[in-house]
Design a protein around this ligand. Structure first.
Ligand code: TTP
Ligand code: MG
Length: 344
């Protein structure tokens, strides 16, 4: 059996546990709201704040309008990473095969000696309940768990009864479990694909199950094949536990106020390059990219690929050449970013 575990309102739950007097109040973790004129976004909100429509990636100024009585807190990444590591260690007590997929999410494979299927499900459920107990005892936060024979269905299941949910999909019932859900619940079906599917009259996963796979292949290419298989409840039944090296490494910065001052923009770009280089740990890469977002959210990126030497000065010179055409046009810049990719 595969368990998919996802912590509930992760950053906000950690803050709530750390400050028990906030319990019951809406909590928003993210950028400084600055009395409603703050410029960043919400990282996450607890379930109390979600009642007001506050959610991840919403502009913090909007969150302030929606829920001015919320407790607004800055992101304390080092604390969240520590808790994340501790939770991953709890998982390792229960399974030797753990695949972490984000800061608050992992798959666990439960290998069983039991022959009887019902007993195997019972065993997996028991493990899930114990994991919940252990996490709560150590950190006073809850998680939601999905159990199935494969990763895809386990992931959909973990999301279904949040917060503090436990959803078990019995072997053989995967397709029927997915059928009544809307297609947006299927991992990989983003807003663009959903729009095309809606135009085809496909709203629920059962509608997708009935579409001719050849048609899906024609419209979506390889992804269409995936949609078809996923809709029928097919997923991976083993985990990949090898660490996947990250594909890019970057940082960006939103200015307190939009600025056309090239000195300020370039200094910030150089700070970002210093920051990225500190995290490179000697890895070699072949591509650098600069990002410039003007006021009004119009965003440009420009990349250069070559054999970059390990020299910060050379990187700064190259990045400067890339960003130059975007400056000196009196347009105000909201955000600047830098990243390296194409690791060797
Ligand atoms: P999620 O698991 O997507 O969200 P969540 O744990 O806050 O809430 P849920 O109960 O729905 O699972 O993301 C985990 C953490 O990652 C989240 O607490 C904050 C961070 N995060 C961001 O910083 N920005 C984002 O846009 C998202 C989606 C998450
Ligand atoms: Mg979560």
């Amino acid at each position: 059996m595969i368990l998919h575990i996802d912590m509930d309102a992760f950053f906000a739950s950690i803050e709530e546990a750390k400050n028990p007097h906030f319990r019951g109040r809406p909590i928003v973790v993210g950028a400084d709201p600055q009395g409603g004129s703050g410029r960043g976004v919400v990282s996450t909100a607890n379930y109390e704040a979600r009642k007001y429509g506050v959610r991840s990636a919403l502009p913090i100024s909007r969150a302030w309008q929606l829920c001015p009585n919320a407790v607004f807190l800055p992101v304390n990444s080092s604390l969240y990473l520590r808790v994340s590591d501790a939770i991953m260690n709890i998982f390792k007590k229960y399974s030797s095969t753990v695949e972490q997929t984000s800061i608050d999410e992992a798959y666990l494979e439960v290998k069983s000696q039991l022959k009887n299927q019902k007993m195997r499900i019972k065993e997996a459920k028991h493990i899930a309940q114990n994991i919940k107990k252990d996490i709560f005892a150590a950190h006073q936060i809850t998680c939601s768990i999905g159990i199935s024979t494969n990763t895809l269905v386990a992931k959909v299941a973990s999301d279904l009864q949040k917060p503090n949910g436990l959803t078990v999909v019995e072997p053989g019932k995967e397709e029927g479990f997915l059928a009544p859900l809307v297609i947006e619940k299927l991992p990989g079906v983003g807003p663009k694909a959903a729009k095309i599917l809606h135009e085809m009259g496909v709203y629920k996963i059962e509608d997708l199950q009935a579409v001719d796979p050849k048609l899906l292949l024609d419209i979506f290419g390889k992804r269409g094949e995936w949609f078809y298989r996923a809709a029928h409840g097919e997923g991976e039944d083993t985990l990949s536990t090898e660490e996947v090296p990250s594909k890019s490494l970057g940082e960006d910065h939103t200015f307190e106020r939009d600025t056309a001052d090239t000195g300020i923009i370039i200094n910030k770009l150089f700070d970002l390059i210093d920051g990225v280089c500190q995290n490179l740990e000697g890895r070699c890469f072949r591509t650098i990219t600069v990002v410039v977002r003007y006021e009004g959210f119009i965003t440009h990126t420009k990349s250069q690929t070559e054999q970059f030497p390990q020299s910060i000065d050379y990187l700064k010179k190259s990045a400067l050449k890339l960003i130059w055409p975007f400056l000196h046009n009196s347009r105000k810049v909201r955000l600047v970013g830098f990243r390296v990719s194409n690791f060797k």
